[in-house]
Design a protein around this ligand. Structure first.
Ligand code: DGL
Length: 265
């Protein structure tokens, strides 16, 4: 079984690619909506949540974990890999494909404050200096606004705040450095115009999962989406975002068990 988690619905933008890549694999997803967003939470809290969810997924039979969250990967993936024996696949902003494809040499990164402030991200970005000019745009509240549904007017308000400056600065690649942002990809593309390419690493992550997952003979396809928040709300969100509605069904959604709800407030 493959265990996948994120602070909320963002990781589903990775999970849909994983399912396409491995249609027979059993998939168990945890949306940690009770503790979302992760974008500005202290590192110790993120580590506690990642540890609790990872341990629980392994207990359920996961033999590979996907940390489908840039923020959680940036702060917690190393500690998870040190402690656990299963394969842990993380996600990170696609600086490499953006830098390699850029003609202007200027790329923009949209991500949470926590991702951009992490030493893991800064080390990654440093590898592309000085050849590529990387413009980091923290996006406070954007993942949270996306969690409130596509009709939430804050989404467009925040995008108008964060995106146009990067276009004016001459980026020709814009990295979606948070797994929530592909859910509003069309709106971002409409803001930047067709001359700037959006970079989303969901498909590449799924390819890595495909290379590293050892399937167990006799296993059959299943998708279970659990939330530490409200299952009814998760169902509504899946219905409301067309790309999620096309990939997942309301019947896949359920409440996460009590064991996953406890944590520091
Ligand atoms: N989807 C997450 C990420 O990729 C987390 C966003 C949040 O919870 O703030 O960074």
């Amino acid at each position: 079984m493959i265990g996948v988690f994120d602070s909320g619905i963002g990781g589903l933008t990775v999970l849909r690619w994983v399912r396409q890549r491995l249609p027979q694999a059993p998939l168990l997803y945890v949306a940690d909506q009770r503790w979302s967003p992760y974008g500005a939470k202290p590192s110790w809290l993120l580590q506690q949540r990642c540890d609790a969810i990872a341990d629980w997924l392994i207990h359920q039979g996961a033999t590979l974990l996907v940390v489908a969250c840039n923020t959680a990967t940036a702060h917690c993936v190393e500690a998870l890999r040190k402690r656990l024996t299963v394969v842990v696949v993380g996600v990170e902003p696609g600086i490499k494909p953006a830098a390699l494809g850029s003609r202007t040499g200027t790329i923009g990164i949209l991500a949470t404050e926590n991702t951009l402030a992490s030493s893991r991200y800064q080390d990654l970005a440093a590898r592309f200096n000085p050849n590529t000019r990387i413009l980091n745009q923290p996006c406070p509240h954007l993942a949270d606004a996306i969690e409130r549904g596509p009709d939430n007017p804050d989404i467009d308000r925040l995008l108008h705040e964060y995106v146009p400056g990067l276009v004016e600065a001459g980026v020709d690649r814009l990295v979606l450095g948070c797994t929530h942002y592909p859910l509003v990809r069309e709106r971002i593309q409409a803001l930047i115009g067709s001359g700037i390419r959006l970079i989303d690493t969901g498909e590449a992550i799924a390819a890595e999962v495909g290379r590293r997952y050892q399937s167990i003979p006799g296993e059959t396809a299943s998708t279970r989406l659990l939330t530490t928040g409200d299952a009814q709300r998760l169902r509504k969100l899946i219905q409301a975002y067309p790309s999620l509605n096309a990939a997942f069904s309301e019947a896949d959604c359920a409440q996460a068990p009590a064991a996953l709800l406890d944590g520091p407030m």
